[in-house]
Write a protein that binds this ligand. Structure first.
Ligand SMILES: Cc1cc2nc3c(=O)[nH]c(=O)nc-3n(C[C@H](O)[C@H](O)[C@H](O)COP(=O)(O)OP(=O)(O)OC[C@H]3O[C@@H](n4cnc5c(N)ncnc54)[C@H](O)[C@@H]3O)c2cc1C
Length: 317
């Protein structure tokens, strides 16, 4: 009797899971102006990670709370292979410049739309006039503030002209009989491509950690966030929770950071001061190797971490 009850419970939850997966499959989650991410197939769920790990750790109790504890332990301690037991296949539609960053992740399997075989997709990513970003001052790779509306209107008008012209040159080459593989060479990087992208859960989390991060370019960040929040979170709720807690929303302290905190708090305790401390206190406690430098990225990163921890005034930078 108990066995029947248990197996019907398992059957019911796997039926629920199947319904959930079927509801998600082929649902296109929009990204940018004409892109999307969509779940094609998934192998495994939270319990696949647990099942694989139990080969290492032996049979334990099977309550959900234990699964949660085990998944959180594995993620915290970077015991990664159990996460490789689940795989997800996506269909994505992405502008070429973003795709160029995406395909640097070598641990996925890709099959991409061929512009040698077929006509290039007739869509290019466009930019609203209020969405042009200035160059970041603090980071040579990143974006800063949005540019003015006047400038934005001009930039968007130029973008439209350029994309129209590039497309009509491409079309004229095709009409003149130029091979598709050669006709495409001047298409802009804003042209959309489509691809199947299959990856195991461990490497997907690695991709998401890098590409959802604020240092990643906004466009690929939007794709990664859609994949994470719309697809991974509902399919692997326990893994997703642990990923947010221990990877995305965690703070990594280096040996130097820890020493700064120790000096900062010891000096504050000696004079009876409470946090948040001042910029002067921080500079007093900084690593000696940073002290002679006008600019130090490592010092800036340490400062940001201490601000996030509430140890420094947020506006002291
Ligand atoms: C914010 C940001 C800025 C970037 N800027 C630049 C840039 O300016 N120029 C540039 O060229 N790239 C840049 N990149 C790309 C970056 O260097 C990586 O190529 C990309 O993020 C893929 O990471 P990965 O190799 O860890 O991922 P994957 O290729 O998915 O690999 C996952 C992991 O598998 C292992 N692995 C995979 N293949 C190998 C291998 N052949 N040998 C050994 N180990 C392997 C590694 O541990 C690796 O971390 C940037 C990435 C980010 C996120």
């Amino acid at each position: 009797m108990a066995t029947n009850e248990a197996s019907s419970e398992v059957r019911q939850s796997s039926e629920q899971r199947l319904a959930h997966v079927n509801q998600l499959r082929w649902q296109k989650f929009p990204v940018l102006d004409d892109g999307f991410v969509c779940l094609v197939d998934v192998m495994g769920d939270d319990s696949s990670v647990v099942q694989a790990a139990r080969v290492s750790y032996g049979e334990g109790t099977r309550k959900v709370s234990d699964d949660r504890t085990l998944i959180r332990y594995l993620l915290r301690h970077r015991h990664t292979t159990p996460f490789e037991m689940a795989e997800i296949k996506f269909l994505v539609r992405v502008p070429m410049d973003c795709w160029r960053q995406w395909v640097r992740h070598r641990t996925a399997n890709i099959n991409e739309y061929s512009t040698r075989y077929s006509l290039a997709i007739d869509a290019a990513q466009t930019t609203e006039s209020d969405r042009w970003r200035g160059q970041a001052e603090s980071n040579r790779q990143g974006s800063g503030e949005y540019l003015s509306a006047d400038l934005g209107q001009r930039l968007t008008a130029e973008e439209t002209t350029l994309q129209d012209q590039m497309r009509s040159v491409y079309q004229a080459r095709i009409d003149a009989g130029v091979a598709r593989e050669q006709a495409r060479k001047d298409l802009p990087l804003s042209t959309y491509t489509e691809a199947y992208w299959k990856i195991d859960l461990h490497n997907l989390l690695h991709f998401l950690a890098l590409r959802m991060d604020s240092h990643a370019q906004l466009e690929i960040r939007q794709y990664a966030t859609a994949i994470g929040e719309k697809i991974v979170a509902p399919l692997f709720p326990l893994v997703w929770e642990a990923f947010l807690d221990y990877r995305m929303q965690a703070t990594f302290l280096t040996r130097l950071d820890t020493a700064v905190i120790q000096r900062l708090t010891a000096a504050a305790a000696a004079r009876g001061a409470a946090p948040p401390y001042s910029e002067a206190d921080f500079l007093q406690a900084q690593d000696p190797a940073w002290a002679g430098l006008n600019r130090s990225r490592e010092r800036d990163e340490c400062r940001s971490k201490l601000q996030a921890l509430g140890l420094l005034h947020a506006a002291t930078q």
